[in-house]
Design a protein around this ligand. Structure first.
Ligand code: ZN
Length: 341
């Protein structure tokens, strides 16, 4: 992982470089100087003075030509270098890329020195850079470096992977089912049987909730129906009561009319009886005569009726009888007046 990060950060490091020539080597510079001093290291013991001297000399040389972290490369030069070496990095990996970069820088320095008219300067630089002899032994020199970097990367990778596995495994190993305490593998805080039980009880609880909701709904529906039935019955009863009251009122009205009719009928009969009713007053009938009776018959009938209804005859009887006689006498008198007028 660390090696991968170094490779990925190379272009960024190139872009972010500044002109400072002090300080420890950057990642790119470290890779380049280790690449160039690989032969020195291979022939002597690691970290000896010769190797350190080579590293310092190469770092100074690279910085004097190209600036700290290759920051004095022109954009065109950087593009040309990337065009050649990025392809190699993609195809063959980091070591090949470092070798390519080193070769490109040496070639670039050679071109710059040829373009420079100052021969003395060129002479001074070339021996330090040693461009010619460096190219041929590149492959044999890079071999131990490649092995070393590969081993480091592998170690870092194995170490990182081990750490990750340890990190992952430690909490898993420590996890116990929170119900039964059985050790749980594969994450989670429940063992499979307990997880099944938990899911089952959740399902049952959900079913019970649904069932309870349905029962409550049924209850409410029945209550509503009862209320509606009660209200319908109330309406029916009210209607019946109204009809009953109306019927009773009609009966009373009917009885009242009948009583009125009877009373009027009685009054008519009474008036007819005494001949008081104007339109039915028949003077012949009152005197007991046929309608074609002559004057003599009328005179004799009148005399007879007057004596028949004489008030003196009933003076000793009740007031009701006397009233009856008076009415009859008045009727007889009126009939006589009408027939003789
Ligand atoms: Zn369990």
């Amino acid at each position: 992982v660390a090696a991968l990060l170094v490779i990925l950060s190379l272009p960024a490091a190139l872009a972010a470089a500044d002109a400072n020539t002090e300080g420890p080597p950057t990642a790119v510079e470290q890779a380049l100087i280790e690449h160039r001093c690989g032969a020195t290291r291979a022939t002597s013991a690691p970290d000896t003075d010769a190797y350190d001297k080579c590293l310092n000399g190469q770092l100074e040389s690279i910085r004097s030509d190209f600036g700290r972290d290759l920051s004095r490369l022109s954009p065109a030069e950087r593009r040309a270098t990337d065009a050649v070496c990025n392809r190699i990095r993609n195809a063959e990996g980091r070591d090949a890329y470092v070798a390519c970069l080193s070769g490109q820088l040496i070639a670039l320095r050679a071109r710059r020195n040829h373009e420079t008219p100052a021969v003395a300067e060129q002479a001074a630089v070339v021996p330090i850079a040693v461009p010619a002899p460096e190219n041929p032994p590149m492959a044999p020199r890079s071999s131990p470096l490649l092995m070393w970097i590969g081993a480091s990367a592998a170690a870092v990778f194995v170490g990182g992977a081990g750490a990750m596995v340890a990190l992952k495994r430690r909490p898993l190993a420590a996890t116990a089912c929170r119900v039964c305490g059985v050790r749980v593998s594969g994450g989670g805080d429940l063992c499979p049987p307990c997880r099944h039980d938990a899911a089952e009880s959740l399902r049952r609880a959900s079913l019970e909730r649904v069932e309870a909701a349905r029962a409550q709904e049924d209850l409410e529906r029945r209550q509503r129906e009862q209320e509606e039935e009660l209200s319908r019955r109330k309406v029916r009863e009210d209607e019946e009561m109204r009809l009953l009251i109306e019927a009773r009122a009609r009966e009373e009205e009917q009885a009242r009319r009948e009583a009125e009719a009877r009373r009027q009928e009685e009054a008519v009969r009474e008036r007819e009886h005494y001949g008081l009713e104007e339109d039915v007053f028949d003077p012949h009938a009152i005197l007991g005569l046929p309608s074609d009776a002559d004057r003599g018959a009328i005179e004799s009938a009148y005399t007879a009726a007057r004596s028949k209804y004489d008030a003196d005859q009933v003076a000793h009887l009740s007031e009701e009888v006397q009233q009856h006689f008076r009415l009859k006498a008045a009727a007889v008198e009126r009939a006589y007046q009408l027939l003789t007028a």
